[in-house]
Write a new protein. Structure first.
Length: 288
C-alpha cells in the first residue's frame, strides 16, 4: 500500500495548496474592486484638467512655460518611472511591464539618449539590479493606496530637473487598466507636456482670473502629477486583476489535479482489494 499512502499524501498536499490559492483569489478580488474604484474616481478629474489645459493652450503661451518645452530633436537625457508590483504570483504582469520598459530604453539609447531608471516596486528594482543596471532611485513603500502626495514625491524632483534643463524627457512605464481582463503594459511620455486635443464639440467658455498664464502655471504641474497618480492606481488595479486571474487558474488546475489523483488512488485501492480477495480465494482452495 506504499503507492496508496503516497497518493493520499499528494492529495492532501494539493488540497492544502488549493485552499491557499482560493484564499488569495478572494483577497485579490476584494483589493481589485477597491483599486478599480480609485481608477474610476481619478478619471473625471484628469479629463476635466485636460479640457481646461486644452482650452487655455496657445503657441504664444507655450513659449513661456518650461514644462511645455518640446525637444528640437532626440532627447539627450531622459528618465523613466518604472511601476511594477512589490509581489509576484500574478502571471506575466510584472514581466510585461519590464519588457515594455526595456523596449523603450533600447529605443532611446539607440538614438543616443542617456537613460536613467527610477523604480517603483520591488520587481522592477530587483530585475534591473540583477541585470547590473544602475537604478537612480527606488520606492517600495507606497502600498496599495497611493495618494496625490505620493505621486508628487515621485515626479516633482524630475519636473525641477526638467525645468533646469538637466532632463529632456520623462516617461512612465506602467499597466494601463482597461478592464479586469485587459491591463496592457504601456509607456507614456509625461514631460514635456503634450497639450490635449481640443474637444471637437467645442470648448466651454471660462472666466479667467487672474489670467491664462497664471492658471497654466498652476495647472501644468498638477497635470503631470495627476498622470503619475493615475499610472500608480492603474498599475495596482492591474496587478490585483492579474493576481486574481492567476490564482483562479491555479485553483482550477488544483481541482483537476485532485480529480486525477483521486481516480488514480481509487483504481489502486480497487486493484489491491481485488488482489487480496484473489489471494484469500487461492489460499482457501489450496486448503481443500
Amino acid at each position: 500500500m506504499a503507492k496508496g499512502r503516497e497518493l493520499k499524501g499528494r492529495i492532501k498536499s494539493v488540497e492544502n495548496t488549493r485552499k491557499i490559492t482560493r484564499t488569495m483569489e478572494m483577497v485579490a478580488t476584494s483589493k481589485m474592486k477597491r483599486a478599480q474604484d480609485r481608477v474610476v474616481g481619478a478619471r473625471p478629474y484628469a479629463t476635466a484638467l485636460g479640457e481646461v489645459i486644452a482650452g487655455l493652450y496657445s503657441p504664444d503661451l507655450a513659449e513661456r512655460f518650461p514644462l511645455l518645452r518640446q525637444p528640437s530633436g532626440a532627447p539627450k537625457r531622459a528618465a523613466i518611472l518604472l511601476m511594477t508590483g512589490n509581489r509576484g504570483l500574478a502571471g506575466a504582469f510584472n514581466s510585461n511591464i519590464i519588457r515594455e520598459a526595456r523596449g523603450l530604453i533600447a529605443k532611446l539609447e539607440e538614438g543616443g539618449t542617456q537613460v536613467e531608471i527610477h523604480a517603483v516596486g520591488k520587481k522592477g528594482m530587483g530585475y534591473f539590479r540583477y541585470m547590473g543596471r544602475e537604478v537612480a532611485s527606488s520606492r517600495i513603500d507606497l502600498g496599495d493606496r497611493p495618494s496625490g502626495a505620493d505621486a508628487a514625491a515621485l515626479v516633482d524632483s524630475l519636473m525641477q530637473r526638467f525645468i533646469a534643463g538637466e532632463l529632456d524627457a520623462v516617461y512612465i512605464a506602467y499597466a494601463k487598466f482597461v478592464s479586469a481582463l485587459s491591463t496592457p503594459a504601456t509607456a507614456d511620455r509625461v514631460l514635456p507636456v503634450t497639450p490635449p486635443e481640443r474637444n471637437k464639440a467645442g470648448t466651454p467658455d471660462y472666466l479667467l482670473f487672474p489670467n491664462a498664464a497664471a492658471i497654466l502655471d498652476k495647472l501644468l504641474p498638477a497635470y503631470v502629477r495627476n498622470a503619475v497618480y493615475r499610472a500608480l492606481v492603474e498599475t495596482i488595479a492591474g496587478f490585483y486583476s492579474a493576481q486574481r486571474t492567476a490564482m483562479k487558474n491555479a485553483t482550477d488546475n488544483a481541482g483537476e489535479m485532485l480529480n486525477t489523483l483521486r481516480r488514480t488512488y481509487n483504481r489502486a485501492r480497487q486493484a489491491q482489494i481485488t488482489q487480496e480477495i484473489a489471494e484469500i480465494v487461492g489460499g482457501a482452495a489450496a486448503l481443500e
